[in-house]
Write a protein that binds this ligand. Structure first.
Ligand SMILES: [Zn+2]
Length: 410
């Protein structure tokens, strides 16, 4: 196997502060050695690349990703996910995943997609048919008849599956979850409440308690992760009690919710970039209450540092691909948390690396730069632990997956 030595690195290993003058040796697909100080110089390798003080760090993770979404919601008379025909949508998904990879996101976790395309594209990546990141492909978005993303009356009952799968009753949710897993989903998405960018109010429950319990149980029974669009406190606490793995949005986070998150070890995806972007771009022309969105944002900006200090696991990811919010804008999300939510650059780097790998149960071999782990790495100009804009504003110099350069160059 080829030994690649990356010397002269500012090493940001994902566990602590940056260390200058480091050497990292990659042997095949894994990290074989890490040297700092005096011993960084004497190294034997097939290829030596001097990074000249650039930062070497773990590949990034985006953990709420809709690969199939492109101008979602731009066709008012079509169900979500049916903006384009399925074949075209598959190409959109491949393109969006390649965009994420080129921007340094080597780990991508799905949060709902159309037509079972994410599992199919995942297979194409694994088979080497197309380049792409490590992908946890998502199911369609499971919810009930007439919920806020199932509001096109004339499509009701027509065989137009789109991004939403309708289930009614606990048994129907069990069957829905099992079928999505059979089609290749490794993570199930539920639409549990309104709020956070949907037309329904946040206190509206889109599923009953027995439907929620059945869906979570069915996913775990087959070894899949499960996540939910969860905004109001009552629904969040109920979902956590039933074993929900990932809380998307979590707008009504408070002390009680924080305690439940810490106790269960569930992950939170605040995804504040989407509401912030829409508020700034459209203001009161949103069709939603701009004041309510602003209040939710302010609340989250205030409570996130408290939750972070308590040990809640946060990750990145948002509704890129919704109309007016295109794929590729991922980096600005990190800046948002640093500038508005009182999170330090090192903390948000933890969200973007280690926490993503931990969320999907792969913290043992991904998410940090440590000897023995898979060499999913990025090289960037500057020091993101001092200036998060380094990750937000330009693509990495090089992106490696399992020791192989997949974007940029060394
Ligand atoms: Zn979403």
């Amino acid at each position: 196997m080829t030994r690649l030595a990356l010397t002269g690195a500012r090493l940001l290993d994902g566990n602590g502060p940056a260390v200058a003058g480091a050497t990292v040796v990659v042997d095949g697909d894994r990290i074989a050695e890490i040297r700092t100080g005096e011993e960084a110089a004497a190294i034997s390798a097939d290829r030596v690349v001097d990074l000249g003080g650039r930062t070497l760090m773990p590949g990034l993770w985006t953990c709420h990703f809709h690969a199939t979404y492109h101008e979602l919601g731009s066709r008012p008379n079509a169900p979500y996910g049916d903006e384009y025909p399925p074949g075209y949508t598959a190409l959109i998904a491949a393109k969006n995943l390649q965009t994420a990879l080129a921007l340094g996101y080597t780990g991508v976790v799905g949060a709902g997609g159309a037509h079972h395309i994410e599992p199919a594209v995942h297979r194409a990546i694994v088979d080497g048919l197309i380049p792409g990141p490590r992908l946890w492909p998502s199911s369609r978005e499971l919810s009930t008849t007439g919920h806020s993303n199932d509001s096109v009356p004339w499509h009701w009952g027509m065989p137009a599956p789109g991004a939403v799968r309708i289930c009614d009753g606990a048994d129907s949710f069990r069957q829905g979850v099992r079928e999505e897993i059979k089609r290749g989903a490794k993570i199930i998405k539920l639409f549990v409440t309104g709020g956070h960018g949907t037309t329904a109010p946040k206190d509206r429950m889109e599923m009953t308690a027995d439907e929620l319990a059945a869906a979570i149980d069915a996913a775990h029974q087959r070894g899949a992760l499960i996540r939910g669009h969860l905004v109001n406190k009552k629904a969040i606490l109920l979902a956590l009690e039933y074993g929900m793995d990932i809380v998307d949005h979590c707008d009504e986070m408070d002390d009680e919710v924080i305690a439940a998150l810490v106790e269960t070890g569930a992950t939170v995806v605040p995804s504040l970039h989407f509401p912030k972007h829409f508020l700034e771009s459209y203001g009161s022309g949103l069709g939603f209450s701009a004041d309510a969105i602003r209040a939710d944002l302010e609340h989250m900006y205030d409570i996130i540092p408290k939750a972070q200090a308590a040990g809640v696991r946060f990750v990145l990811g948002d509704d890129y691909g919704a109309v007016g919010f295109p794929h590729g804008m991922y980096g600005a999300e990190m800046r948002l948390y640093v500038e508005h939510a009182g999170v330090t650059p090192l903390e948000v780097i933890g969200w973007a690396t280690r926490n993503g790998a931990d969320m999907v149960g792969r913290g043992d071999d991904l998410g940090t730069v440590e000897v023995g782990k898979l060499a999913d790495l990025i090289v960037v100009d500057g020091d993101p632990s001092a200036d998060i804009g380094v990750l937000a504003d330009s693509p990495p110099v090089a992106v490696l997956v399992a020791g192989r350069v997949v974007a940029g160059e060394l």
